[in-house]
Every structure is written in structure tokens, then in C-alpha cells.
Design a protein around this ligand. Sequence first.
Ligand code: NAP
Length: 373
Amino acid sequence: MFDISLPQDKKPLGGTFDVVIVGAGPAGLTAAIYCARARLSTVVLERNTAGGQMALTERIENYPGFPEAISGFDLTEKMKRQAGQFGADLREITTVAAMEPAGEGLWRVVTDEEELTAKAVILAPGVEARKLNIPGEAEFLGRGVSYCATCDGALYRGKQVAVIGGGDSAVEEGLFLTKFADAVYVIHRRDQLRANKVAQERAFANPKMHFIWDSQPRLILGEQKVEGVEYQNVKTHAIATLPVDGVFFYVGQVPNTDFLVNVVELDEWGYIKTDALLRTNQPGVFACGDARTTPIKQIAWAVGEGALAGIQVEKYIDMLEQPAAARAAQAEQEAAAAQAAAAAASSDGGAASTGASPAAASSTSSTERKLPE
Ligand code: NAP
């Protein structure tokens, strides 16, 4: 199964840890708080700067404890500080290239700079913006095409922009863009938004927000930079051009799990499969956050999963230190707990009926799990 080949020039510089956490979004940072506070040696590897999609969100209104709302940047800083104060070692701009079993129950995690080993791994690599891959999208990236209103919105003061998509991100970030742009045109492929009702009400009440329904962008127009977008009505097939200075794409997300192919079990969309206790099909490897097969993508949910993953790792490492008989008994207990949790989830409608991900209900059977040798 493990057909990944680790780069030969990597040296085990990074050391051995109780737990390596891959990803420093809300799930990974919360897991880091729990692990570090449990006195586990904890390193967090993040390919960008911390925060993930949360850090790219201008205004967060539905995370408990912040009635006046908080920016994604500020919430990230608070979570980082909290993990750091318990001793978690956060390594940013560090990309995990591969991971594989290292024998004796350990995992080897290879980054672009070093190689680390750990007793347990928590996968929280998150998601990134989906590309539509229409002509001009890649060519004009940074010259009018953007996937981040928080990062680039201020460049469009007094200008006109298009937002592609009709979900929470498109509508909420579109509203944020009205702070700068004179007009924000939401181009959506249906005639109803997917976004939450509060955002919809605000968007429909905002005179700078305009909606182009039942339409799909076909190409981005321009010479040196974006000058417009050509779109087609999916019902009438009529083609039209909208002159804009910027196009912001918010057409959903894809999980950052390329490095996990043939390492842990993924669903057909590339999301990580786990059981109800967040265990993947590999012993010692747990997953949490948006890159997991989850029913919803919310910061509050990711934080909850990060807490559960952290606690599970603490128990797992405790178990490794117990004699074999006690480990087997604990594994039995956990399998029963996972089955009970899965049964409870399915009896109240379960993940499958609530979620954005069509694979939300699938899980990895806990009975397949093995203890490390
Ligand atoms: P999303 O909810 O998946 O919405 C994607 C939007 O893009 C949908 O309107 C979809 O249209 C459209 N779309 C998808 N593929 C397309 C294509 N090929 N061509 C044209 N349009 C396409 O993605 P998101 O808005 O990035 O949100 C991701 C997750 O984060 C969601 O679970 C969301 O609830 C969550 N989130 C929550 C908040 C919040 O709670 N305030 C804020 C941001 C994000 P259809 O509607 O026709 O499918």
C-alpha cells in the first residue's frame, strides 16, 4: 500500500515528537492546544501561514464568544498564541510532501525541509479554493483574478467587480467587497442562493450588490489585466459581457489531501475518511477539520473536531505505553464507543442528511483497525 518514495536527500533533522499535526487552521490549532496542554511534545506543520480558510475570512459572526464579530486574522492570532503558550511548536511555510510508517508504531513525516517522526499524526490539512479553469482564470491571477476578497478587496476601491458562486463565501465576501467597490455583480449558475439567510437578506438589501442569475462565466477578458467577464445564461444560452476590473471566484473548495493518496483512506472526492472518534484506517493517524468527510464546514465544527482529535491522541499515546493486554481491552472499548457514536448519529438523521459533503455519512469501520506492532 505504501508506494510513496521518500526523497533520498532528506535527513531526520526534525526530531521525534509525540504528535505531528499537519495543518494550522482552526482544527489543527485546536488539536495543538489540547495536545500541548496534555504535555505531549507537539509540532504543527503548516504549508502557508496559520489560519487556513479562516484567516482569509474578513468577518466571522457565528463563532461563539465574539458577539461583535471577529476577523479571521485576529481569531487565528488568538488560537496561535493559545497553542504556543502551552508549548506547541508551530512551523509555518513548511509543506508536508509525504508520510509513511516508520516501524515500531512510529510515523515518518517528510516536509520540504526536514523529516520528523511521531507516535501519532493528526491530519488537519484543510481545503483550498476550487478553480473553474475557464480561459483567463489562471492567466490573470493576481491581475484581476482572485480567490480572496480579504487579501485583495482594497485594490478595487471605486471599481466594479464580479463574484462567481452563490454559497456563503461568495455572498459574504461579496458583501465585504462593497466596502471598496462601487458595484459587486454576483454571477450564479442558479436562480437561488445557497448562502445562509442572514447573508442573503443583507445582500439583497445592499444597493451595491447585483445578481446575474442562471449564468456561468465562460472566459475572463482583458489585455494586461482583467477588463471583463463573458458569461452565458444556462437557460436561454444567451452570451453577454460584463465589464469589471476584478473577478473573485468562490465556487467551493477541494481538500488538500494529495500527499495522503495511498496513505490513508480517502473518499471519492478526496476527503479523509474516519470513524466517529476521528481515527483513520491507519493506527495512530487521526483526522479533523474541513479535509475530513464532515457534515458541515464551519469554524465551530472544526474546533470541536480538533478538540476530539487532540483527546484521542492523548488516549492513544497513553495506550501505547500500557501492556499489550490492557491495550487490547482499551481498543475493544473504543471500538464499542465508536459504534455507539455512529449509531447515535444515524438515529438522529446523521451526517448524511445535514451536510454539504455528499459523503458525510461514510466512515471507516473501527473493527478494521489494528494496534501498532
Ligand atoms: P459552497 O457552499 O460549496 O458553494 C459553492 C457555490 O459555488 C455554490 O453556490 C455553487 O452553486 C457554486 N458552484 C460550484 N461549482 C460551480 C461551477 N462549476 N460553476 C459555477 N458555480 C459553481 O462553497 P463555499 O461558499 O466556499 O463554502 C464552503 C463551506 O464553508 C460551506 O460548507 C459553507 O457553509 C462554509 N462557510 C460558512 C461560512 C459561514 O458560516 N459564515 C462562511 C463561508 C463558508 P450551487 O449553489 O448551484 O451548487
